[in-house]
Design a protein around this ligand. Structure first.
Ligand code: AMP
Ligand code: MG
Length: 394
């Protein structure tokens, strides 16, 4: 038995750092950038009209002037704007030389080739000046950043069709237990449906794994070994169930038979005491307890940290501090990690521990969005007590 901090240290110690790989910007979503991305030109690359209207000189404010032509988006302006002569212009078009401001069409009055311009006009208004968003060569994305949809837009804008990222991990989730109804089949009176498999696959995707495969093994050494050998190419193998002390809890034996080296088994925590961690070369094996909330917690604290650390992201989940929404009395003999609902304004977050019916009760737990941590002992926390929490991330 080791304590939860030592367990996390060991997981991180054994987690290998991933190599780099080049992917298309469309495949980069959610991955970790492994290079600097710089602007290939000024942005905008030309003085760009931000409104449909007229490109004009400041001296012409309040006057009626001649319209010398029109510039549509994507067109090269044919002639300059000079005093007494303006150009009709569309959003996204390049301003003709000499343009000092763009006025909105709605603020003007037009008759044929003449237009009356508004009297109050600011220099530079409705013009996005060349280089005002970013100048050529400046750093737009830093290594280590997680690529979100806006970063995909940046990559596309600067012409980076391929980009260097940290190679994401592939995971396999092996569910165990003869009480699980096989996929699609209706459960018998003494069976349940598999909820851990889909939950862990969802968690693995959310943590940044690329491919996540679901396998099932019956509670026999032979079938567990078959599933483990099917998972032999996977970077992370999550086995759920079968790691406790029951007669059919054969996962430790099966892992040993598969040549995995046990790093630890059992952690002084609640939930998730039976957690097992083993390695085989760069491959990581987590034996997660079958109880859904134990599995959820062990993923949250250990597996996610490993997945994040492997691609160079900070392993610790985002945390915060709030106040208890009501009194909380509890006695624990191991470090307690309790699900809670955190809500309210950023500067006044209210925390409600969700007690539910124990570590199998996903129905009350699905309202939770955070974990609390309490050391072993007796706790009587009054309403308003300050507490740290970690966001579950959904
Ligand atoms: P075990 O860790 O195998 O002793 O399982 C502990 C509890 O978790 C038992 O009540 C199992 O039925 C339940 N359980 C195990 N695997 C799953 C699963 N994939 N989905 C839902 N419940 C499960
Ligand atoms: Mg079982």
């Amino acid at each position: 038995m080791i304590d939860p901090d030592r367990a996390l240290d060991l997981v991180l110690e054994k987690t290998p750092h991933r190599l780099h790989t080049d992917v298309s910007f469309l495949a980069a979503l959610g991955l970790t950038l492994a290079e600097e991305v710089r602007a290939d030109r000024d942005y905008p690359p030309f003085d760009r009209a931000a409104m449909d209207g007229f490109a004009m000189r400041i001296a012409d404010a309040g006057r009626t002037v001649e319209i010398i032509g029109e510039v549509a988006a994507g067109q090269v302006p044919a002639m300059p704007v000079t005093e007494g002569r303006c150009a009709e212009i569309m959003t996204g078009a390049a301003c003709p030389e000499g343009t000092e401001a763009v006025v909105m069409k709605e603020e003007t009055e037009r008759s044929d080739r003449m237009v009356t311009l508004p009297s109050s006009v600011q220099r530079g208004q409705h013009i996005a000046a060349r280089g005002s968003e970013s100048s050529r060569g400046s750093v737009l994305l830093e290594p280590g950043a997680t690529i979100g949809p806006l970063a995909v837009a940046v990559l596309a804008a600067v012409g980076r069709e391929r980009v260097r990222v940290r190679s994401p991990l592939d995971a396999v989730v092996i569910t165990t237990g003869d009480e699980l109804a096989c996929s699609g089949a209706p459960p018998s009176a003494v069976q349940i449906r598999d909820s851990n498999g889909p939950m862990l696959a969802a968690l693995a995707h959310q943590a940044g794994c690329r491919e996540v495969k679901l396998l099932h093994a019956r509670d026999t050494l032979g079938d567990l070994s078959r599933a483990l050998s099917e998972a032999s190419q996977s970077d992370v193998v999550l086995v759920t169930g079968g790691v406790s002390a029951g007669r059919y809890d054969l996962v430790p034996q099966a892992l040993q038979a598969a040549g995995a080296e046990l790093v630890f088994h059992q952690v002084t925590q609640k939930p998730g005491k039976p957690l097992l961690f083993a390695v085989r070369g760069p491959q990581l094996f987590f034996g997660l307890p079958g109880n859904p909330l134990s599995s959820h917690f062990c993923f949250h604290r250990y597996v996610r940290s490993a997945v994040r650390a492997s691609v160079g992201q900070t392993p610790a989940p985002r945390g915060g501090r709030g106040r208890l929404a009501r009194r909380w009395v509890t006695r624990v003999d191991r470090t307690l990690f309790a699900l809670a609902r955190v809500e309210g304004r950023e500067e006044d977050l209210r925390i409600t521990p969700l007690l539910g019916q124990g570590s199998a009760d996903i129905f009350s737990a699905q309202r939770a969005n955070a974990y609390l941590r309490l050391p072993p002992g007796t706790h009587d926390l009054i309403e308003g007590s300050p507490l740290d929490f970690e966001w579950t991330g959904g």
